[in-house]
Write a protein of this length. Structure first.
Length: 249
């Protein structure tokens, strides 16, 4: 599908008059636990010509598309990207660690990534994943569970635990988070990863209540420890300088 995705990105650039600076996979395919019928979740950052940013009027800063062959695309303009970076937006930060990159402007990444690392706020991102993991946990509180929901809960709970224990932007690849769990739990999760690769998105699986208890305990731990985490180190002047540099590319 990569050639089709790159073709679609080129089409967006031509029809919308923009340059895509970074396009990555951000969903289950990037996380490493896709089902055979999983969508392609393409996320991208783009810029307009410099004069576009000189207007006093608010403008649309998002581009979205959905194709018949399951390409789900969503992109943010450069200015919106900087506003979200200031808030340590968890989704945006993850894009720079995706293992699947469709296109990238190397100079843009070189300029932007140090800002992303500096703006990373462990407390803000931790609470983001805590909120998500609580929601998914409730979806898993039954005798039969949609396997997709189980993995969403596992990913968000372990991502929160990573932030608390490692203090860094968490990895996107789910397998890298498994260093946080004991061998028995890891084996259970890896067996479920293998199963998910053979089942559709709608598949329901008998609940493993021991694994559910592990999730409950992890989320409780995350909630308690998140309170003491630090904020980010955003430097607005440096962000403005880099914004202008990117517009010159």
């Amino acid at each position: 599908m990569t050639p089709k995705i790159k073709e679609k990105i080129k089409e967006v650039e031509v029809t919308r008059g923009v340059e895509v600076l970074l396009a990555v996979e951000s969903g289950s395919r990037a996380w490493g636990f896709a089902s055979p019928d999983s969508d392609y979740d393409i996320r991208f950052i783009y810029r307009h010509e410099k004069d576009w940013y000189l207007s006093p009027w608010d403008k649309d800063e998002t581009i979205e598309f959905m194709t018949e062959d399951d390409l789900d695309g969503s992109g943010w303009d450069l200015r919106k990207t900087f506003h979200l970076l200031l808030k340590s937006n968890a989704a945006l930060l993850s894009w720079f660690y995706s293992p699947i990159i469709y296109t990238e402007n190397a100079k843009f990444v070189e300029l932007f990534k140090p800002l992303a690392d500096a703006c990373f706020s462990p407390v803000a991102v931790s609470y983001h994943y805590l909120s998500m993991s609580k929601k998914y946990l409730e979806a898993c509180r039954s005798d039969e569970v949609k396997l997709k929901s189980y993995f969403y809960c596992l990913r968000t709970a372990l991502t929160g635990k990573w932030i608390i224990e490692k203090g860094t932007v968490p990895p996107v690849l789910f397998s890298e988070l498994l260093v946080l769990v004991d061998n028995e739990t890891r084996t259970k999760i890896e067996n479920l990863v293998a199963l998910k690769a053979t089942k559709g998105e709608a598949y329901y699986h008998p609940n493993d209540w021991e694994l559910f208890e592990f999730l409950e305990k992890t989320i409780t731990y995350n909630e308690e420890k998140s309170k003491g985490l630090r904020g980010g180190n955003a430097d607005k002047k440096e962000m403005e300088r880099v914004f202008r540099e990117i517009l010159k590319l």
